[in-house]
Design a binder for this molecule. Structure first.
Ligand SMILES: [Zn+2]
Length: 440
């Protein structure tokens, strides 16, 4: 058992002073506020946050950071560059990139990640000897990096959607695609959960999955999280409208895919009807503000979705930035730019979105909050850095960056201490992974 005291911690009812807690068998116990430190307790200086969830990640996109800006372009030209990287990865290089990305996430304060995984097969599009070789590389990477993982295995069947229907796969997309939805379901069925690993399912998008496969995916997901890229770009809406006469949200709704276990990723370009449908079904919406601005996607209707009943979550998506504070602030700041109002979300709202709601959307309802019996995942943020000095403890998240994360504990295990990951420097891991890829 370990016992801690911190001058400030975010508990479910807000930022509290003088908080003491124990960790027993990976869970919180004896959580108390308004107390002085006891003998033998480890003092966590700064502000202690519950574990922070990265609701949407493609780990290998970390290999693209700072390399895609020379030619301008759009989401679609960026996608060509991403495909260039996807074409070359093999299980060992995928492991190397993912380990570096997950270690960077943990060091930044993310304690759980939803890895939206679609790179399944070999360079010719054939199954590896282990059909889940790539998924197993992600599980190994997360385990070594110490981060809690939901492996969200995406079904991908078509090369895109035009007004006339779905397109055939191009050569790199054959790596993403299973033969049909039944083969996908069989493959996902053989993925095993572990202590810090759970399995979820995804519809890559309505571009990549014809409507006739949707029911089977929902059935395979069952009680587990079901994620889907939704209306990130106007072109997806236009093609879906042209072919189905429905919006992507309406199409998912028609097939019973919306609901409390479903997360719509991006949800950027929505109609009023879409917002109502997502809210009425309590479908979560995962915003990825640093990605959405990087890829020139647009600004989604975050406050309206929340008001309509959709829980919001946050993700780093394409890893242009790995910093939970940037995402959380991005959600609020984008709203400010659009509406001319400050405080569209309260500090409590933002912490809840980054922690408890995110955990729930990843299938860890017992985590993301500091209460007795919850998973002992927490993040200690320095309040004395050049960025955070002087900030009110309950507004620290508006000032902090990932660099201010001092300690990260996941399942009771110390993963980051004094700002350093137990595996060493994530930058060195990343450099080694890119070198390995360069030689492959
Ligand atoms: Zn994505």
């Amino acid at each position: 058992m370990s016992s801690y005291w911190t001058p400030y911690a975010w508990l479910p009812d807000g930022c509290q002073a003088g908080v003491s807690f124990d960790v027993e068998q990976g869970r919180f116990a004896q959580v108390r506020a308004g107390v002085a430190p006891g003998a033998g307790q480890e003092i966590l200086s700064g502000v202690t946050l519950p574990g922070l969830a990265n609701g949407h990640s493609h780990a290998f996109h970390r290999g693209l950071r700072g390399r895609t800006h020379a030619e301008g372009g759009t989401f679609w030209t960026w996608r060509e560059q991403m495909y260039g990287l996807a074409r070359r990865l093999e299980p060992d290089s995928y492991l190397g990139l993912a380990r570096a990305a997950f270690a960077e996430m943990a060091q930044a304060g993310y304690t759980a990640v939803g890895e939206f995984h679609y790179l399944h097969h070999d360079q010719e599009g054939r199954a590896y000897a282990d059909p889940n070789a790539m998924g197993h590389a992600l599980i190994q990477a997360a385990t070594e990096a110490g981060i809690r993982l939901t492996l969200i295995d995406a079904c991908y069947l078509a090369g895109g959607l035009a007004a006339t229907g779905h397109l055939s796969l191009d050569p790199v997309q054959t790596r993403f695609a299973d033969q049909d939805v039944d083969h996908w379901a069989d493959r996902v069925g053989s993925l095993k959960a572990g202590d810090q690993v759970r399995v979820g399912a995804a519809v890559h998008s309505v571009r990549a999955v014809p409507a006739k496969a949707l029911n089977k995916i929902a059935e395979t997901a069952g009680e587990r999280p079901l994620h889907v890229h939704l209306s990130e770009q106007p072109a997806e809406n236009a093609a879906t409208q042209a072919f189905y006469g429905r919006s992507p949200t309406e199409l998912l709704d028609d097939h019973g895919l919306l609901g409390p276990r479903t997360t719509a990723v991006h949800a950027t370009h929505l109609t009023d009807t879409d917002i109502k449908a997502l809210g009425n079904t309590q479908t979560s919406a995962c915003f990825c503000p640093t990605t959405e601005r990087d890829l020139a996607d647009g600004i989604g209707p975050a406050r309206r979705l929340a008001d309509s009943g959709s829980p919001l979550t946050l993700g780093s998506d394409q890893q242009a930035v790995i910093d939970p504070f940037e995402e959380l602030r991005g959600l609020e700041m984008h709203e400010r730019l659009v509406t001319g109002e400050r405080g569209r979300f309260t500090p409590s709202d933002l912490i809840m979105i980054a922690s408890e709601t995110g955990y729930r959307s990843l299938g860890w309802p017992e985590g993301g909050r500091i209460v007795n019996g919850a998973l002992a995942d927490f993040v200690v943020v320095r309040a004395d850095s050049v960025r955070t000095a002087g900030a009110h403890p309950d507004q620290l998240a508006y000032a902090a960056t990932a660099t201010d994360v001092d300690q990260v504990v996941i399942g009771g295990q110390v993963i980051v201490r004094d700002g350093r990951h137990r595996l060493g420097s994530p930058a060195e891991l990343l450099t080694a992974a890119l070198d390995q890829l360069g030689k492959a």
